[in-house]
Design a protein around this ligand. Structure first.
Ligand code: DQA
Length: 147
């Protein structure tokens, strides 16, 4: 089975950007740890990052054709704005886990609303890069139960 790990805008700057909030690991480091973790469980991982909402919508639509079983997504700033990405996830009907490095609920009020949380299987937030590890662990367990 295949898991898709999607990263939204500005996450290409991880390790350089507001490191007090987001930590000092690069996106490459997070992706390669994720790949190891998923491969160890005998599943496949695809990763994709974009600063463009349309590319993220296309990647979600493409996931259907690519037979992705589960999506792990950090929509980043689009968490708080993107009806289009929400609609894409509803359209493909692929279960997804929402991930955040920080805990948006202890930050500015505009980060408290997510267009994804009410349709997500689960939300993991506030553990820094470990949020990805915990979410992927849950993703692997979910898929294992189904297959
Ligand atoms: C984020 C939280 C968002 O509010 C913010 O816009 C991000 C990253 C996180 O992982 O903590 O870019 O999704």
């Amino acid at each position: 089975a295949k898991i898709l790990l999607l990263h939204g805008p500005n996450l290409n700057l991880l390790g350089q950007r507001e490191t007090d909030i987001y930590g000092d690991l690069s996106l490459d480091a997070i992706n390669s740890a994720a790949k190891k973790q998923v491969n160890n469980a005998d599943f496949e991982l695809e990763t994709f990052q974009s600063n463009s909402e349309s590319e993220l919508v296309n990647a979600i639509q493409q996931a259907k054709a690519n037979k992705v079983s589960l999506i792990v997504i950090n929509p980043a700033a689009y968490t708080h704005t993107s009806v289009a990405m929400r609609d894409a996830l509803l359209a493909v009907e692929i279960p997804f886990i929402e991930v955040h490095l920080s805990n948006p609920h202890r930050r500015e009020p505009f980060r408290h609303h997510s267009y994804f949380s009410d349709i997500a299987e689960a939300v993991v937030a506030g553990f820094g890069a470990d949020s990805y590890r915990y979410a992927l662990d849950a993703a692997i367990k979910t898929i294992t139960k189904k297959t």
